[in-house]
Structure formats: C-alpha cells, structure tokens
Write a new protein. Structure first.
Length: 82
C-alpha cells in the first residue's frame, strides 16, 4: 500500500459499498486502522443529529485542496449518509 494511491483504495471501497450495501444501512463510516471509535456513541450522535437519514449528511474533517476541490480526511474518520 502506497500513500499516494490511497485515493484509489478509498474510491474502490465506496464503489463496493455502493454496489453491495447501499440499501442495507443508513450511514457509512470510513477511518484508518489506527483509529478508535465507540460505535454506540457514534450511533447515538447520528440518531440525534439527523432526523431523516435520507438527507445528505457528512461528519468529519474535509480539506480544501483548491478553489472547488475538497477531499475528506480519512485519518480521523468520517461518516456519510447513504
């Protein structure tokens, strides 16, 4: 695994999730293997933060690369609604 190719790995992960699990869950989380998450706390937060999981939702750190190009920081992890 090379750091410069990480975007390809993430793109492949989301493609797989979209093809196989999109209708099975309301939210999806992606984070590094050195990340500690308490799923029950995340679940409670999402339950109160959003009344309709069909709405577009993003929780995490987003960086601005250029004027109109943003990317999500995978290190801290992020959650998106379907």
């Amino acid at each position: 695994e090379e750091y410069n190719n990480m975007w390809q790995k993430v793109r492949s992960i989301w493609k797989f999730v979209g093809e196989h699990y999109l209708e099975d869950f309301d939210f999806f989380f992606l984070g590094g293997d050195d990340l500690y998450v308490l799923p029950q706390n995340l679940r409670q937060y999402l339950k109160h933060a959003l009344s309709d999981p069909e709405q577009d939702f993003f929780a995490g750190r987003r960086f601005k690369q250029t004027k109109n190009v943003y990317f999500n920081s995978g290190g801290a992890g992020y959650t998106m609604s379907r």
